[in-house]
Design a protein. Structure first.
Length: 277
């Protein structure tokens, strides 16, 4: 139902031109979002700069202290929050001592330095079993909690009913890895979610033509779910053509080959064949 008369065509062209020329400043958007919501998740395909953006945001909002942790399949509540771990004393006797995880460390630091902004970055947050890792501290991430909420003793001697006002949390999530844990709706409600997409960047090391070739194939053949698999701009940063060629051979080709083996992007198989040949 595209319009046929000139006036309508010109109106459509004007509207599209305005849309195409506008580019969202992810750094500014996320900085504003975290100031408002405090707990956010950056999600997107690999290579879209999620971890790098997290650190840039810390500088953007002038955070004076950054805590960083990376989740994996074996991480537990004892690692992230608090646990008891055995240790050997000088006389080889076994003793037990408390171990504060990155969450408790960041909470305590924020309490002790209330005039500073503190950020906790959780890289690859969906690689862990989040229900097990967060345990009872799960409810502390509730947005805009009241001060009259029941206190929770998360470690011996530390009771809180809400997170410190000066503590911010950024998690990153890889949307391309289908083997990772699905985040439940209760956790989704407690975080704001920001989607990152592969995009052109202004960098002399950025191999624009290769990036656009990939983007064109995905734009033509990928369905809405498969668009989450498009390699980000980080894959296309190289010092030379030779380095980019190696990246295509040993990083991008295996990645696309894995997608195809899983039955993804089947419609694009021939186009990828042409590109790699």
């Amino acid at each position: 139902e595209w319009p046929t008369n000139k006036t309508q065509r010109d109106a459509v062209s004007t509207a599209l031109k305005e849309f195409e020329s506008s580019q969202i400043d992810d750094e500014l958007e996320v900085a504003n979002l975290i100031e408002q919501r405090k707990y956010i998740i950056l999600e997107g395909p690999p290579g879209t700069g999620k971890t790098r953006l997290s650190k840039n945001i810390s500088n953007k909002i002038k955070a004076e202290k950054i805590f960083f942790t990376q989740f994996h399949a074996e991480i537990t509540y004892s690692d992230f929050v608090y646990g008891i771990k055995p240790s050997l004393s000088d006389n080889q006797a076994v003793t037990y001592e408390g171990n504060e995880g990155s969450l408790i460390q960041s909470i305590k630091y924020a309490q002790e330095h209330q005039n500073q902004k503190v950020i906790l970055i959780i890289d690859e947050i969906n690689r862990a079993n989040l229900s097990n890792v967060l345990g009872p501290v799960f409810y502390l991430f509730e947005y805009k909690q009241d001060n009259d909420e029941a206190e929770l003793e998360i470690v011996p001697g530390l009771k809180i009913n809400k997170m410190p006002e000066n503590l911010y949390v950024i998690g990153t999530m890889n949307t391309a890895d289908r083997s990772l844990a699905v985040v439940d709706f209760a956790l989704r409600r407690r975080f704001a979610w920001y989607q990152l997409y592969p995009q052109l960047i202004d960098n002399e090391k950025f191999m624009k033509e290769d990036f656009l070739s990939f983007k064109q194939i995905f734009d033509w053949y990928a369905n809405s779910e498969e668009l989450q698999l498009q390699p980000g701009q980080g894959y296309f940063l190289a010092e030379s053509e030779d380095e980019m060629l190696k990246r295509i051979r040993y990083e991008l080709y295996p990645l696309i080959n894995e997608y195809l083996r899983e039955g993804l992007l089947a419609n694009a198989k021939e186009e990828f064949n042409k590109y790699f040949i």
